[in-house]
Design a protein around this ligand. Sequence first.
Ligand code: ADP
Length: 205
Amino acid sequence: MFKIGLTGGIGSGKSRVADMLAEWGASLVDTDEIARSLTAAQGAAMPAIEREFGPQALTPDGALNRDWMRGQAFADPRVRLRLEAVLHPVIGRETERQAAAAKGSYLVFVVPLLVESLARWRSRVDRICVVDCDPETQVARVQQRSGLTESDIRRIMAAQAARADRLEAADDVIVNDASTSPEQLRVRALSLHDRWLALASTTGR
Ligand code: ADP
């Protein structure tokens, strides 16, 4: 199957683009959503997390206790690596499972941190598509969407890849900045969708 890796910084608009592609017939595999469901109550990663960190890593209903984990990771950066060591293989297996079951005209992996793990993704996808947005618009959009403060948002952005590094890794770019209306975004996404459909049919994957 022809495969796209779709990425972009927080608030860039990648979920909006992904929803449109799905509406037009692409299959989506969303790694953030997979991570969330695996760490929700009774999620498949929870037994391994409890083995690694003990019962205090779980909320009373059995989900990942994110506040506790954040506190631990803040005190000791190795905690984050231990959590990733538990989570990454489980996320990887579920990602493969969903990809193998996909039936759409092509497959889109939605990966917020794709460029941060470029070595893993480059060989797994045919094209990397970046939804590009200026930092000020990212902050404004995320502020509107969530209860996060500006400094929270800037901290998240600082931990993500730089805009230039994302663009450097991109085969395709969808500009979705402050001057882009939802209709313009749709037109840009549709034009890439058409190109990918054509590529999907000629590569025969
Ligand atoms: P991401 O998934 O990259 O974090 P989203 O797709 O959730 O970003 O977009 C962030 C917010 O900005 C959402 O509320 C979305 O509806 C809004 N948004 C994205 N692009 C535009 C646009 N071109 N015009 C208006 N609002 C937009």
